[in-house]
Design a protein. Sequence first.
Length: 70
Amino acid sequence: MRGDPQRAVIERPISGDLDINGWELRKALGLLGKGNATLIEWLDSPIVYRADPVFLQRLRALAESVYRPS
């Protein structure tokens, strides 16, 4: 139904070698602001299956400016 809140988590059943999980963009940005380790790890991974290169570059730059390990 249109008035129902949408789920902010993306989860798909494990299929072979694929384990697909993620977040809606607003949720991901909120988690990034909190230094979510999983999101930082995903952004730092050299493995990218599909992406908008400019968006990915900007998101990675944002992650670097927010997350500074001690």
